[in-house]
Design a protein around this ligand. Structure first.
Ligand code: 4AD
Ligand code: MG
Length: 464
């Protein structure tokens, strides 16, 4: 029977016969003995295999190279070397798969750029093993958090007809023959004979359907893939990313902020409690301030202030020559990442929640404030990341919402079902969206969002 490396390393059952299976990380040795570091993905740590050269066929040991896949049977012994508890004195080695010198992950210290080009093999490295074990843990933390608090996991459609964020960044879905498009008299494409009989796209957010559920089940969350055809080639944008969107009936913007802060702290604490080995590795190899930053976020209150106050701080910093921003900052501007990071990293040195943004730079569904200029939006801004969460209290008034929809020229016929929530028993409610990969960026200390999703989709790139 096979034992996982993680269990071998915890075991003190010395003298027992065990079998491990995995991939060779390194082999070193002398004329008389080979030391093989074997990893099976269950932990960042390798188990050391000790193979006496005179007990094995020379040809077999030659096949044991970096990247090769083995099954090893032997005796569990207390390790002589420092650091590890147990190692295996091999009695039998089976080579499942040899691995030649062209194995792209053979050399240590490859750049992340190189590894991205070999994303199918990078999973076998220490760094990506750690990142994806943490990614799994964060997904578990999220479900646990909401489940414990009585939220229902609600599945929203991937294929939709509505542009939730109204930003026109949707990927169209069609089965039409693009070489032979039927057009009407005005030259417009006729979608009545398309698969769904109308234009459809991949969703940018599950929020609108999430609101339907929250105003029935009380508190729900979505957790699924979302798609944005925004041509932003940055270390923080993907064309396909995962989003978590809680939506809660009767929550106002303050409840929403409390939920966001508590939720994100829970996830970070989960990582600190459950991903110790992987975080220690990343802290050593990728980002020396990672653990410090994670502990800091868990132990400090987030700063809350309005967009207007935030802009005042930024304007003052620019005016005093404290900071030279690439993009100008003024009331009404959609803050750039450099602005957000100045507030978080330099001014407050804490995570920040900005509220009450100008309505022009926010989506149609946000609750309008009395001032007629701002909406009850909230963005959570994080060190290194910038915006990690975006959310709001929702406009519950049918009249105000339809007025805003008309103002923006959003086709009403597509929104009838959404508006019905406001017609039939409307209620105050709030929610937000957490970008899953932005959370993983923060928790792992990785610098590029392409390195925290297994197979990234970005402009001009959809390999694997
Ligand atoms: O701020 P956004 O666009 O908000 C919404 O989609 C709302 N419907 C959420 C809600 O209220 N239910 O996106 C939410 C979060 C952002 O804060 C960011 O973390 C992430 O999603 N995000 C992206 N992550 C990776 N790549 C992109 N292109 C992203 N766009 C947004
Ligand atoms: Mg946003």
């Amino acid at each position: 029977m096979r034992t996982k490396v993680i269990d071998i390393l915890r075991s003190t059952n010395y003298g027992a016969e065990v079998t491990v299976k995995g991939w060779v990380r390194t082999k070193r040795g002398s004329k008389s003995v080979n030391f093989i570091a074997l990893n099976d993905g269950s932990t960042i740590h390798n188990v050391q295999i000790v193979a006496d050269v005179d007990k094995f066929d020379e040809e077999l040991l030659k096949k044991v190279t970096t990247g090769a896949c083995l099954a090893v049977t032997g005796t569990l012994v207390e390790s002589q070397g420092a650091g590890q508890a147990a190692e295996i004195q091999a009695t039998d080695i089976v080579v499942y798969g040899t691995c030649d010198a062209e194995y792209p992950m053979q050399k240590k210290g490859q750049t992340f750029e190189f590894m991205r080009q070999h994303a199918h093999m990078r999973l076998r490295t220490n760094t990506f093993g750690a990142v994806f074990r943490i990614r799994h843990n964060m997904a578990m933390a999220i479900h646990q958090y909401f489940h414990e608090r009585g939220f229902f996991y609600f599945h929203t459609p991937i294929i939709t007809t509505s542009d939730c964020e109204g930003a026109g960044q949707m990927f169209q879905v069609t089965t039409k023959n693009l070489y032979d498009l039927k057009k009407d008299a005005d030259g417009k494409i006729d979608y009545s004979d398309d698969f769904f009989g109308k234009t459809t796209s991949l969703t940018v957010s599950g929020q609108l359907e999430g609101e339907l559920a929250a105003t029935a089940l009380g508190a729900i969350y979505t957790f699924g893939p979302t798609f944005r055809a925004e041509n932003s080639n940055t270390p923080r944008h993907l064309a396909e990313f995962w989003m978590i969107e809680p939506e809660v009936a009767f929550n106002d913007i303050n409840d929403n902020m409390d939920l966001a802060e508590d939720f994100i702290k829970y996830c970070v604490r989960w990582a600190l409690d459950n991903c110790k080995d992987d975080l220690e590795f990343l802290n050593k190899m990728v980002d020396k301030t990672l653990l410090e930053r994670l502990n800091f976020v868990v132990n400090n209150d987030f700063v809350r202030l309005s967009y207007t106050e935030g802009v005042e701080i930024l304007e003052a910093a620019a005016k005093a020559g404290k900071k030279a921003f690439e993009f100008p900052v003024y009331w009404g501007v959609d803050l750039a990442s450099e602005h957000e990071r100045y507030l978080v990293e330099e001014h407050f040195q804490k995570p920040v929640i900005l509220t009450d943004y100008p309505k022009e730079i926010k989506a149609f569904y946000m609750k309008q404030n009395e001032d007629g200029k701002t909406v009850r939006a909230m963005d959570v801004l994080f060190p290194q990341i910038g915006e990690i969460i975006g959310g709001s209290e929702r406009e519950e008034s049918y009249e105000k919402l339809t007025a805003r929809i008309n103002e923006l020229g959003i086709p009403m016929k597509d929104m009838w079902w959404y508006l019905d929530t406001r017609r039939f028993g409307t209620c105050p409610h709030s929610g937000f969206g957490l970008g899953f990969e932005r959370l993983i960026l923060f928790v792992t200390g990785m610098q590029n969002i392409r390195d925290v999703i297994p197979f990234p989709r970005t402009p001009k790139s959809a390999e694997f």
